[in-house]
Design a protein around this ligand. Structure first.
Ligand code: GRF
Length: 201
């Protein structure tokens, strides 16, 4: 299934997805890596790997709608059927989300519905959480919401800093994002109400 990855920065999740998609047996293939930030380091990695890349710079557009219309046009040109947000730092409007239906995944560095938003590792430490983790979910109009597809938990250690905790979580992000994309690409996700079930699981 032709898939686009949207990034804004480093792109380590994009790399994990690209590595999974490089296996001919994997049900998704990358048709575009699109960044809203012209200087995103992940773009260089993708281009070096021969992946098609594009920049749609949000600051070049008057409003969110025209920025998103440009993204949708570019995604359609690339033939994308699925979209993976991988450290993509722009909020999406309900219009964009409904255009793509249940075909957008996001990865969030916390066990949703806890710790939506930014600085999740610091906030988990401040809250004294004993476990923390990451979530891949289908994107709905509300930020960091939408049916959960996959989660992984890690322990919080007594001497953790936001950085050490982030690194432990990131390893799990790289593991579960390809799993979640596989399920979506295989058409095995079934949404009922707020929850997502996996067919054949
Ligand atoms: C990841 O922690 C992801 O969960 C969050 O932003 C970070 C992006 O990292 N949404 P990368 O660009 O994938 O390396």
């Amino acid at each position: 299934v032709p898939t686009a990855i949207l990034i804004s920065g480093r792109g380590s999740n994009m790399m994990a997805l690209a590595e999974a998609c490089a296996d001919p047996a994997f049900p998704a293939r990358i048709v575009l890596v699109l960044s809203n930030e012209p200087d995103a380091p992940g773009l260089t990695w993708a281009a070096d790997r021969g992946l098609p890349t594009a920049v749609i710079h949000h600051r070049a557009y008057d409003d969110r709608e025209s920025f998103e219309a440009a993204m949708t046009e570019r995604l359609r040109e690339a033939g994308a059927r699925l979209v993976c947000l991988a450290g993509f730092m722009r909020l999406l409007t309900p219009g964009f989300v409904s255009t793509w239906g249940e075909r957008i995944l996001n990865i969030h560095p916390a066990l949703l519905p806890a710790f939506k938003g930014l600085h999740t590792h610091e906030r988990a430490l401040d809250a004294g959480a004993r476990v923390h983790g990451c979530t891949v979910h289908l994107v709905s109009a509300e930020m960091d919401s939408g049916p959960i597809v996959a989660q992984a938990a890690v322990p919080v250690l007594a001497d953790d800093t936001p950085e050490t905790l982030a690194a432990r979580v990131l390893e799990q992000e790289h593991r579960i994002y390809p799993l979640a994309l596989r399920l979506l690409a295989e058409g095995r996700l079934h949404v009922t109400g707020a929850a997502c079930h996996v067919r054949g699981a």
